[in-house]
Write a protein that binds this ligand. Sequence first.
Ligand code: SAH
Length: 231
Amino acid sequence: MVICQVLYMRFHVITIFPNMFESYFAESIISRAIANKHIEINTYALREYTTDKHRRVDGKPYGGGPGMVMWVNPLINCVEKIDKKLSRKKNVKKLVIMFNPGGEMFTNTIARKLVQGRTLYTDIIFICGRYEGIDARVKKILKAKEWSIGPYVLTGGELPAMVCIDAITRQIKGVLNDIDSLEENRTASHEIYARPEVYEYKGKKYRVPKVLLNGNHKLIEEWREERSKSK
Ligand code: SAH
């Protein structure tokens, strides 16, 4: 049962590489979702929020160790600017997410709960880490959650931000044309086929299963369920 749902979501992405987002968000379903006013995506170039004259955003870790740590100061400055902008809007419910390979695993269930459930958000701020990661005080000050998108280490939080925005956006009502595309047993979904009926490759014929061609929807459903189970 849907208790309540979000129809419009604002995403805010803090990154030192804002250009990385342009081409992905300018295409396909996400660009249509922006044009149709289901979502809004704002990127913030972190270097613009530093007080350092060389626009640096990172430094060596206290206590030694490899790599660089993203400084607390520019990140908090940037979030304060976003907060100021949001203070002019009504009924804002904000969530701050930091990315960390060791964070809570981001899943479809989380994506769905954000747009349909008891606590609905109007604004999600994503902080994309780079280098060794982010000064731990940022999490405390902003009461941020830490998400991981999988058990591997990437070079930064930009891909995770794109992944999460994509997965959350397709849960918003009206974003996908065909509501059936949203059926969420998808992770275990059946095999799918389209034209041609027979595909010949290196002398071998690859056929579409006969059951899909006979128009008997009951049989087709049974076959699909069987296929999902056997995966
Ligand atoms: N040395 C760090 C790795 C930092 S990777 C460690 O072992 O934890 C640099 C940044 O990339 C991280 O701060 C995080 O923002 C992002 N990142 C890397 N892998 C990620 C993953 N699987 N999920 C989410 N964010 C990830």
